[in-house]
Write a protein that binds this ligand. Structure first.
Ligand code: GLC
Ligand code: CA
Length: 583
């Protein structure tokens, strides 16, 4: 055990701020050689919605720079900036037109450089989002590629002849509809895993890979610390075209190849860009099995440092739009699976929110207003006490909730509008049913402007923001929470500190000690110094958790209810109570 005992005051105002600044390079004593990203807490910024710095209603790098002190105080070590390059914004920046240019909405390269320099001064690292499965259809490579069948860029993308007047295969996009679009001019179809304006790159072509690596080097030379790879598990396509079975289509089975070709490309990229650097690479590892994930992220295989998995996130989000029920058993099973104790070479990512899912407190927390904050803190306790690198999404640290969507025109997301067309306008689903479901699941929920204060537009912008502000900003906002030692924000700060103070919470082994309980979730993290029990009551009821046999609590290191002692051999827990104790 190291450091000062904060057990009595870990959630009191005194502690807040005291440990607030962090140094990205400080590694805990027990793991001197762990790469920096293992000991880091990340924070995802969705630039469009974070902070407007030039009063046009859109978030930008000037705004991001101005808010870096806030992030330093929160205690995060690194930032993932979501898609921020020049783009026609069919998919909010995930359709890149120029990989070496900042999206004009977000500012200039000078604005970016100033942001990066300030982040470095504060000891905060920065990784950028690389959308390399596809480009925009406005990218110069695609414009050239579609111009004629023998253009030198033709082979940068996947072009095929149709089959009897129909697309080459029955493959579907992730957003719904055929994955092939006919280009009238040259009479062939091109492949796209997402929208038609997002044509997939042909990674089989070494020239494509060389171009992409050069882009990575360009940003690495500027001083960024790594990359998040968008849709990276889609980059490899089957060697031969084939049709999916009629059952596989509604199940949204991917046609992407998760085997050898994917590994080949990732190893190639590693060799050319990541070797002998301490750059971090984290994949959006959508749709791969646990074994495939372990292979892709095993440090000995030299592919990716780590990756996001989705097996849990999709459980209560059926077909990407229908609201399913959250079961604690799914979360428990996923966390056990995702701890990768059996794969020492694999280092997972821990996350509950990103820009593609709705708000975690609305999904997994209490629906009763009196327990909202407490359940948000419980989720923080869990996220920051699991093995892996935690990624907090902007606004999660103040307990932002879903938006009360009431009509389809309030949605911005291309996916929501596509589903509306496919399901409602075609008469499959009533508009009411679709709205209720979309409101609960839409990724627009995490794209509403950041709630900084209770002033106009929540302090996000002095003019009308590009996206609706959640009406609860008057009570849920950073400014109010900063001065409240019992706020969700203060709890996040304390919990991040606790994680750093007790490396067992980062590196220890993981053992579930509540296998069948539908309401209490408890697990033990252990290393050679400490055995820590994390107990979480995921319910509106009081519950009792027996302590593991023969064990008593030595010390409480985090509590979302200011608990200072546990005397008996069982723990009586309040609704949504969370506690972290040393046994
Ligand atoms: C990823 C991004 C998402 C985007 C998609 C296509 O899933 O996170 O926002 O729509 O890729 O690039
Ligand atoms: Ca702006």
């Amino acid at each position: 055990m190291t450091g000062i005992d904060l057990s009595r005051r870990s959630l009191l105002p005194l502690a807040v701020g005291f440990w607030a600044t962090t140094s990205a390079s400080a590694s805990p004593p027990t793991q001197p050689r762990a790469p920096w990203w293992k000991n880091s807490v990340f924070y995802e910024i969705y630039p469009r919605s974070f902070q407007d710095g030039n009063s046009d209603g859109i978030g930008d790098f000037i705004g991001m720079k101005d808010r870096l002190e806030y992030l330093a105080e929160l205690g995060v070590d690194a930032i993932w900036v979501a898609a921020c390059f020049d783009s026609p914004n069919v998919d909010n920046g995930y359709d890149v037109r120029d990989y070496r240019k900042i999206m004009p909405d977000f500012g200039t390269m000078e604005n970016f450089d100033a942001f990066l320099a300030r982040a470095k001064q504060l000891g905060i690292r920065v990784i950028l989002d690389m959308v390399f499965n596809h480009t925009s259809d406005q990218h110069r490579w695609f414009i050239a590629s579609r111009s004629s069948r023998n253009n030198r860029y033709r082979d940068f993308y996947h072009w095929h002849d149709g089959k009897n007047g129909a697309p080459p295969t029955n493959w579907q996009t992730q957003f719904g509809g055929s994955a092939w679009t006919l280009d009238e001019k040259t009479g062939q179809y091109y492949l796209h895993s997402f929208e038609a304006q997002q044509p997939d790159l042909n990674w089989e072509n070494p020239e494509v890979r060389a171009e992409l690596y050069a882009i990575l080097k360009f940003w690495a030379d500027k001083g960024v610390d790594g990359f998040r790879f968008d849709a990276i598990t889609f980059i490899a396509k089957p060697e031969k075209l084939y049709d999916l079975t009629p059952e596989e289509i509604p199940a949204r089975k991917t046609f992407a190849d998760h085997g050898d070709r994917l590994s080949f490309y990732l190893k190639d990229m590693y060799e050319h860009v990541f070797k002998n650097t301490d750059l971090y690479s984290v994949g959006e590892n959508w749709g791969v099995s646990r074994d495939e994930y372990a292979r892709i992220t095993d440090s000995r295989n030299k592919e990716l440092s780590s990756g996001f998995r989705f097996d849990f996130q999709i459980k209560d989000n059926v077909d990407a739009w229908r609201k399913g029920t959250f079961h604690l058993s799914d979360l428990r099973a996923f966390n056990r699976d995702n701890s990768f104790d059996d794969h020492p070479g694999t280092w997972p990512v821990v996350w509950l929110e990103d820009h593609d899912y709705s708000r975690s407190v609305s999904r997994y927390g209490s629906q009763r207003p009196e327990y909202r904050d407490r359940s948000a803190k419980l989720l923080a306790t869990m996220m920051l006490s699991l093995r892996g690198t935690p990624f907090i999404y902007q606004g999660q640290e103040i307990g932002m909730t879903n938006f009360p969507f009431k009509s389809i025109d309030q949605f911005d997301d291309v996916f929501a509008h596509n589903e509306w067309r496919l399901q409602v306008e075609s008469g499959h689903i009533s508009s009411q049913e679709m709205l209720v479901n979309l409101a609960a699941t839409t990724r627009d929920n995490t794209r509403t402007p950041m709630q900084w204060n209770d002033g106009p537009n929540a302090g996000f912008s002095v003019v009308k923001p590009w996206m609706l502000v959640n009406p609860n900003f008057r009570t849920i906002n950073c400014s109010a929470e900063s001065s409240d030692p019992r706020s969700v924000l203060s709890f996040y700060k304390a919990m991040i500190r606790t994680r750093k103070q007790f490396p067992v919470l980062i590196h220890g082994t993981y053992k579930d000690v509540s296998p069948d309980d539908p309401q209490i979730y408890a697990y033990i993290r252990e290393d050679s110094t400490n055995r820590v029990l994390i107990a979480l009551n995921f319910s509106d009821d009081e519950k009792t958790l027996p302590l593991p046999e023969g064990k008593t609590v030595k010390r409480i290191i985090a509590s979302n209810m200011d608990r200072t002692q546990i005397q008996s051999s069982s723990m009586h827990m309040q609704p949504w109570e969370s506690v972290v104790v040393i046994l």
